[in-house]
Ligand binder design. Structure first.
Ligand code: PHE
Length: 451
């Protein structure tokens, strides 16, 4: 343990793996492939790449700078850098928003567990088209799965930064890549898969409208876990000598690579089965079991094996993300409320379990309860991904760009001038943080508000 009882990640690769674990999740698997195909293929990928490196990376680095400079949780970080000011609200916001995400995210994580069990057990049955719809409206089964998923998350977090989070990600990340590559190879060898590859790649610049650009940026925020303090918290466990720029680039590259491979794993399979691609839960929980069943007629064992691997991938990818959200809250409670890690985890588990239970029930018994016209699940999703993440990101870049002293930012980013590469890119990065990012985020924010 480091000074003050605070833990650190063992190495840069450990920090990158944890951050990439947070980034790689449901967002890469259920939204990215579909968005690419719908919004202009290769043309969209280019926009997404630009968004990832010129907008999201500066936001990620801003969070990293705050986290590593203070070695504190999101609330404590604000108090350290700007004591007694209203910036503490940014600290509070970023404790609350990841916990809201965790609540509904773990409901979906729970569904994945159920499907993994189904895939490895009795299979998906004959009535695949109604399976998902009938499952999520039940009161108990989804609730039990949600509880199980959250227990796994809390179990890893309670074990600590090094023996829990670091160890879990160190094993999971390579496993995730191996699994998704196996699934991709399987999908690409299916007859008729070429159509799916074309769907992902065919550049169509006429599809690129301002709202497509805005949604590419929104997707990039979600995918990189920005604006909700997860990157800040993980970076706060990085040692002084680590290179923030390299770690940030590493995280962005892994996340992008995984999203692309997932696209080439899922879309070819979708087209090989001769169905229309969709996005969201439907893609994972309705379309894919159908595909596995269809393929199963020709090669039952292979198809069953791949379906098990596929749902295993989803469960692990979702866990590495949910762990990062949980850690934000736990770090806050431990450091600001003086609770032990074990107790803090129980507290965060309880709070997110409750909200998550409401989200889960909002598909069934509570489907009549509406907040601003949305079910509880949809409300939590829209509130966080359309507003809180963007708002948090905006405040983080404004804080680093305008509130922190340039010298402090420079010192943190370049490790006191000792990192030559970082010294070289500093001016460009600082410019992006100060001017480009705030203006672009503000535009996205207004677009979401008007939509
Ligand atoms: N990046 C994760 C995904 O793609 C989601 C996430 C959002 C994780 C916010 C942490 C914080 O699924």
């Amino acid at each position: 343990m480091a000074k003050g009882g605070r833990e650190h990640f063992g190495s840069r690769s450990a920090a990158v793996m944890a951050m990439a674990g947070s980034a790689i999740g449901l967002g890469n698997i259920w939204r990215f492939p579909y968005m690419v195909g719908q919004n202009g293929g290769a043309a969209f990928i280019i926009i997404y790449l630009l968004a990832a490196f010129f907008l999201s990376l500066p936001i990620l680095l801003s969070e990293s700078i705050i986290g590593r400079a203070t070695h504190a949780n999101t609330f404590g970080a604000m108090e350290k850098l700007s004591p007694g000011t209203r910036w503490k609200w940014l600290g509070i916001l970023t404790v609350v928003s990841p916990l809201i995400i965790l609540s509904y995210y773990s409901v979906v994580g729970g569904w994945s567990i159920e499907y993994l069990l189904k895939a490895s057990g009795s299979g998906f049955g004959d009535d695949i088209s109604t399976l998902f719809g009938e499952f999520i409206v039940q009161p108990w089964a989804p609730l039990i799965c949600h509880t199980l998923f959250l227990l796994l998350t809390a179990g890893v977090v309670s074990a600590g930064v090094k023996s829990g989070i670091e160890r879990f990600n160190r094993i999971s990340l390579p496993v995730l890549f191996v699994l998704i590559v196996i699934i991709m190879i399987y999908a690409l060898t299916l007859p008729g898969s070429g159509e799916g590859v074309r769907y992902m790649l065919k550049p169509d610049f006429s599809k690129i409208t301002p709202s497509v650009v805005a949604s590419a940026m929104g997707q990039s925020f979600f995918s990189l876990s920005l604006g909700v303090g997860t990157i800040l918290t993980y970076s706060s466990y990085m040692k002084r000598e680590e290179n923030l720029f390299r770690s940030g680039v590493g995280t962005a590259v892994f996340d992008l690579l995984f999203a692309l491979i997932a696209g080439f794993a899922i879309m070819p399979a979708v087209f090989a089965a001769g169905i229309q691609p969709g996005a969201g839960p439907g893609l994972i929980f309705e379309t894919l079991p159908y595909i596995f069943a269809k393929m199963g007629v020709a090669a039952p064992w292979l198809s069953r094996g791949v379906s098990i691997l596929f749902f295993l991938t989803i469960v692990i990818a979702a866990l590495t993300s949910s762990i990062s959200m949980c850690e934000v809250g736990v770090a806050y409670v431990v450091e600001e409320r003086g609770m032990s890690r074990g107790k803090a985890t129980v507290l965060i588990f309880g709070a997110t379990w409750l909200l998550g239970a409401l989200c889960s029930l909002s598909f069934g018994p509570l489907s009549g309860v509406k907040i601003l016209g949305k079910t509880i699940f949809d409300f939590c999703d829209t509130l966080t991904s359309d507003y809180l993440m963007t708002f948090g990101s905006l405040l983080f870049v404004l804080f680093v760009g305008w509130k922190m002293k340039r010298e402090t930012v420079w010192n943190e980013f370049t490790n006191g001038g000792s990192l030559r590469g970082s010294v070289r890119v500093f001016r460009a990065v600082y410019f992006l943080i100060r001017y480009v990012a705030p203006l672009v985020i503000l535009t996205i924010f207004v677009t979401n508000l008007l939509a």
